[in-house]
Design a protein around this ligand. Structure first.
Ligand code: FES
Length: 142
């Protein structure tokens, strides 16, 4: 099925920002969608509580790639607290919206950011993000 993607989604899908792996990341988040099998990995570098660099690898649909690309742009240069406020809806809005059947894909991006921060907090403070369970991945509906 061809979904109705906005120009901005297509642009990020064709030219995703911050793709790749990172050497010695301070936090790594890996989340998966158990139904469609799509996987997203996010790497962050943190200095003085600020996310100085972000990279991602996504094996997934166009919406998953576009939302991970957009979310890396939205959290780069932000503090941990600011990055935690990033919602999947804000990412979708920044992309000019997503077709309703693709909204759940954007949840993967929000979860990947949270998983990377959770990992960073565990490494630096010994405690993860309160209440965060990376295994509670979003469910794909097709
Ligand atoms: Fe699986 Fe989009 S994340 S179809």
């Amino acid at each position: 099925m061809a979904a109705n993607y906005s120009e901005k989604v297509m642009e990020h899908f064709r030219n995703p920002r911050n793709v790749g792996e990172m050497e010695n990341p301070d936090g790594v988040g890996k989340v998966g969608n158990p139904t469609c099998g799509d996987i997203m990995e996010m790497y962050i570098k943190v200095k003085d509580n600020v996310i100085t660099d972000v990279k991602f690898k996504t094996f997934g649909c166009g919406a998953a790639i576009a939302t991970s690309s957009m979310s890396t742009e939205m959290i780069k240069g932000k503090t941990i607290e600011e990055a935690l406020k990033l919602s999947n809806r804000a990412v979708a809005d920044a992309l000019g919206g997503l077709p309703p059947v693709k909204m759940h894909c954007s949840v993967l991006a929000e979860e990947a950011v949270k998983a990377a921060i959770d990992d960073y907090l565990k490494k630096t403070t010994g405690k993860g993000l309160p209440g965060f369970k990376p295994s509670d991945g979003p469910i794909c509906e097709h």
